[in-house]
Write a protein that binds this ligand. Structure first.
Ligand SMILES: *[C@@H]1O[C@H](CO)[C@@H](O)[C@H](O)[C@H]1NC(C)=O
Ligand SMILES: *[C@@H]1O[C@H](CO)[C@@H](O)[C@H](O)[C@H]1NC(C)=O
Ligand SMILES: *[C@@H]1O[C@H](CO)[C@@H](O)[C@H](O)[C@H]1NC(C)=O
Ligand SMILES: *[C@@H]1O[C@H](CO)[C@@H](O)[C@H](O)[C@H]1NC(C)=O
Length: 901
């Protein structure tokens, strides 16, 4: 008996449990051959795997498991769970030494926590190498919001959950009411049905909407989905729950009050008020679905899963020709508001990935054999060649997640479209499904659900009871906001603000928070102290400290992680590489950290917006340097020109103007004119050097020549990366440019069109001998016409021979992580290197403390100022306001182009 209880606690149920249910789902495509299926045929004979999934998927999963067993020979064991026990089931299992489950069905929201406990296998490599998986066909929001944690993939996503809206076309458009696009439109519809009493065919009153309002149901998710467009207008890194620095809950804001007022209005116009006897209580979604199907409501909101089932049943419910599907409404932007992602009609949508959606994760502690079989089953479910049928099935609870499932709905005869038609959809509804899916999953302003510890403590316990009180009229909107704020602060306190902030910033794609009062400042002071000792002791240790300083500086310069959208990454043929770097940034950081942080944001936004505009690919950023790739040299040059032009028109922090390498200067006024035109800007704000070079893709680098480039898929960043002589040369060309100057190789110059040259001012620089490049490289300088005549202190920047990068390469043999040039390290490698160096630094420090005591007398005679460290750029003359006007040697920028075209 005891044993049985234990088994049940583990969630294991006998096979016969499911088979006893009447289950008549038969997959008509089960025997069809697809690349994914062929890759696993008979590969897992006799391997037993236990799968955790939700009971309401049981019937559907039974069919899938049966077919998978036949295909692969694996033996499938079921471990269904209910929504109430699901989270704890997984948590208990993940915390065990080995665990009982082989494949966990999980919500995307929980992936970070379970992955951080070490229970989920990192499947980044598996998923990219899996035959036929076509990872990039999965919608980007789902790849990030459901499957990933810290840039690695931990689950195969099978579902993406946003809230959709289903409504009665016959009671909206057919009555002359507006298609509900914004909450304002919705209010108009609700008002109409409040004033104009309408009855269904059973004589029951029709309400404006049916709205799930019960605790421990989906009402919390619907609330956040409704609030999101009010709270997030600036893209997915903004987030809707906390201030990303202070971790203050957003419930403290006027936008939140607006959202609260809206939801209160919705509920007051819903069946919530049709509770005459006893105390009013929240309604579960199943209850409100029944009301909608019964013709008692005009509008309805739910996950795609239940909505699919309602559309499939439309004929039976007497709704033929009467149902429309739409994205959840957004917020109409006011005139004075910035809503860069708003649709053409000025509505800000912010699709909320509620709970993330269903995904399957492999238990990393099981035998290799079991892990392989478990992963195979997840990939089987995700098969791009067959999952379209699952997606359309009304009781699968799998929902659109692949681009191909959506694009193919444009044609009524594709099998994707046919599957929906077979399940009772009307063909006029397919374009609605396509639009709704695309609006929701391809929107750049999508909102990730809360992926911090105890998310349900915030969203459910810390929110729902207070909302219900408000709906009952017991508390006002303002009081409710205040109670929610207090509740949320309480939850943050229990888990620890720092840890919560780390999780929060991480999933928003923000760099780790650096408290200005600790960490680096302290490290810097420690280093300062160390410096004195180091130089007096031994040179190699000095070099190590330099490295640490460089790495710390690079770290501080904010390494940004982004969801990799690799559509624009060149994957073959011509590749043009662009490197950018900010002039004198180390000194700027030293002088004014705060202004520099602001400036860097401006700089990054400019460059990223142009990368988008030219459909180029951001390979990586190192420190404040960008590496960009595009398959079109014309775009590369236009992009560089636009960077120079746009930077000069930004609103830079005032402090920048006081620093020599970012001060303002003007073009001299033309002499023989009497106009009183204001002078034209020559420089303003950060000055960025840019280098562009190009080459052809060569797959096998052992045979590569100069001018060739290798394309690799980087497992860490999950993006494409580029290697080879072309990349090095591009970096060196950038290195030879002054801030504000763009230099391109002859290869690029020869490849660009006349249209591009006619919009640029091109000057010859000549053949340069660049470090690490065997042959001299012929280089041109390019500027947009508006900056023609911009002056630099020479034709190109001559750097003293012993710059910091050389020092790094010299030192490389000592430290394994730094076997390459710092510029080519990925952010993650850089971080690792820094940790390693910090560790070395600590042990050195201890060693040196001992030495210090021994050398006390000797050291006290040394001064900090005697020692210079190599991270500063070499004695290149700084451009000051006055100096810029003096008669130094000027460039050849204004001279005619010598080379024939
Ligand atoms: C009620 O319905 C009528 C006709 O359908 C419409 O003209 C009128 O504006 C509606 N009343 C309100 C308050 O919306
Ligand atoms: C509430 O709903 C019931 C059943 O749907 C209906 O019979 C009743 O008339 C409604 N009550 C009010 C006050 O609208
Ligand atoms: C699909 O069917 C609908 C309704 O019958 C029709 O309006 C539409 O033109 C069709 N689309 C295509 C691409 O055939
Ligand atoms: C629609 O799909 C069918 C079946 O895949 C295909 O034969 C046909 O060419 C497609 N039509 C269009 C207009 O794309």
């Amino acid at each position: 008996m005891k044993g049985l209880v234990r088994l049940l606690q583990c969630g294991m149920l006998l096979r016969s449990y499911a088979e006893a249910q009447v289950c008549n789902i038969v997959d008509p495509y089960a025997l069809e051959s697809t690349p994914v299926r062929e890759s696993m045929r008979s590969k897992h004979m006799g391997v037993e795997i236990t799968v955790k999934y939700l009971t309401f998927q049981d019937c559907f999963m039974s069919e899938k498991m049966r077919n998978f067993e036949q295909l692969t020979g694996a033996i499938m064991k079921k471990s269904p769970t209910t929504t109430a026990t699901w989270y704890d089931d997984i948590l208990q299992d993940v915390k065990k030494e080995e665990g009982f489950i082989d494949l966990y069905g999980t919500f995307g929201n929980w992936v970070p926590y379970f992955a951080s406990l070490g229970g989920f296998r990192d499947i980044s490599d598996d998923i990219l190498n899996a035959v036929g998986e076509d990872w990039f066909d999965i919608m980007p929001a789902i790849r990030q919001g459901v499957a990933s944690y810290k840039e690695k993939v931990y689950a195969v996503p099978l579902d993406g959950d946003v809230i959709y809206m289903l409504y009665r076309k016959d009671l909206v458009e057919d009555k002359g009411l507006p298609t509900p696009r914004s909450w304002d439109d919705v209010k108009q519809i609700l008002d109409y049905y409040k004033k104009n009493k309408t009855y269904n065919d059973k004589g029951q009153p029709v309400y404006g909407n049916c709205f799930a309002t019960a605790a421990n149901d989906i009402a919390d998710k619907i609330f956040w989905a409704l609030a999101s467009p009010f709270l997030q207008t600036g893209g997915k890194s903004q987030g809707v729950f906390f201030d990303t620095e202070s971790m203050d809950p957003v419930s403290n804001s006027p936008e939140f009050l607006e959202a609260l007022e809206t939801i209160d209005f919705l509920v007051q116009h819903s069946t919530f008020n049709n509770q005459t006897s006893g105390e009013k209580k929240g309604q579960m979604w199943q209850e409100t679905r029944a009301q909608f199907n019964n013709g008692q409501c005009v509008l309805y909101y739910n996950y795609p899963g239940p909505i699919k089932s309602m559309i499939s049943a439309q004929e039976a419910n007497g709704f033929s020709g009467k149902l429309n599907l739409a994205p959840l409404p957004g917020k109409k932007c006011r005139e004075d508001e910035r809503c860069p992602y708003a649709s053409e009609d000025g509505v800000n949508y912010a699709p909320f990935l509620a709970s993330g959606g269903m995904a399957y994760a492999v238990n990393s502690r099981k035998s290799q054999e079991k892990q392989e079989a478990a992963l195979a089953f997840a990939l089987y479910l995700s098969d791009p060649g067959a999952s379209f049928w699952d997606v359309a099935h009304p009781s699968s609870f799998f929902d659109p997640l692949r681009l191909r499932h959506t694009t193919s709905l444009a044609n009524n005869s594709t099998r994707e479209a046919k599957a929906f038609l077979d399940f009772g959809w009307e063909s006029r509804q397919l374009p609605m499904l396509k639009e709704t899916t695309e609006m929701s999953f391809l929107n750049k302003n999508y909102v990730l659900d809360l992926r911090v510890l105890g998310s349900e403590k915030y969203q459910e316990a810390g929110t729902m009871p207070h909302l219900i009180k408000m709906w009952k009229g017991e508390t006002s909107v303002g009081e409710t906001a205040k109670i929610i704020t207090d509740a949320w602060n309480g939850v943050t306190e229990t888990f620890g603000l720092k840890q919560q902030r780390d999780f929060y910033r991480d999933y928003l794609g923000l760099p780790p928070y650096i408290d200005p009062n600790d960490g680096l400042e302290e490290a810097r002071q420690r280093l300062q102290r160390l410096r004195r000792i180091i130089l007096s002791v031994t040179i190699p240790i000095g070099v190590l400290a330099i490295l640490l300083t460089i790495v710390v500086a690079k770290q501080r310069h904010t390494i940004k992680y982004h969801t990799r959208d690799v559509r624009n990454a060149p994957k073959a043929g011509t590749v043009a590489i662009i490197f950018t770097d900010i002039e004198d940034s180390t000194a700027l950081w030293e002088t004014n950290k705060h202004a520099m942080q602001k400036s860097l944001d401006i700089h990054n936004n400019v460059i990223r917006s142009l990368i988008d505009k030219y459909e180029a690919y951001e390979v990586k950023t190192v420190g404040d340097s960008f590496m960009i790739a595009t398959d079109c040299p014309n775009k590369a040059v236009m992009l560089a020109n636009d960077i120079q032009e746009m930077l000069i028109s930004q609103d830079w922090p005032l402090e920048l103007a006081t620093m020599p390498s970012s001060c303002i200067s003007y073009f001299p006024r033309p002499r023989r004119t009497n106009t009183v035109e204001p002078p034209r800007l020559m420089f303003k704000g950060l000055r960025v050097r840019i280098g562009v070079h190009m080459g052809q893709h060569q797959h096998d680098m052992s045979k590569a020549q100069d001018g060739e480039i290798q394309i690799l898929h980087d497992k860490v960043s999950k993006g494409f990366d580029y290697y080879g002589p072309v990349v090095n040369t591009a970096a060196r060309i950038e290195d030879a440019a002054f801030g504000g100057q763009t230099m391109i190789s002859k290869e690029v110059y020869d490849a660009i069109s006349e249209e591009v040259t006619s919009q640029s001012h091109v000057g010859i620089v000549g053949g340069l001998d660049l470090r690490g490049v065997t042959e001299s490289v012929f280089v041109y300088s390019v500027l947009p016409l508006s900056l023609r005549g911009r002056k630099f202190h020479g034709v190109y920047r001559r750097k003293a021979s012993s710059d910091s990068l050389t020092t790094v390469s010299m030192w490389t043999s000592r430290s394994s992580i730094l076997t390459t040039d710092v510029m080519s390290l990925t952010p993650v490698e850089l971080q690792k290197g820094m940790k390693q160096l910090q560790a070395q630094n600590v042990s050195l420090k201890e060693e040196l403390q001992t030495l210090k005591m021994q050398l006390e007398g000797h050291i006290s005679s040394l001064h900090d100022d005697d020692i210079s460290f190599g991270e500063e750029e070499e004695p290149e003359i700084k451009v000051g306001v006055e100096k810029a006007k003096s008669n130094e040697q000027e460039t050849t920028e204004d001279e005619p182009l010598l080379n024939g075209e």
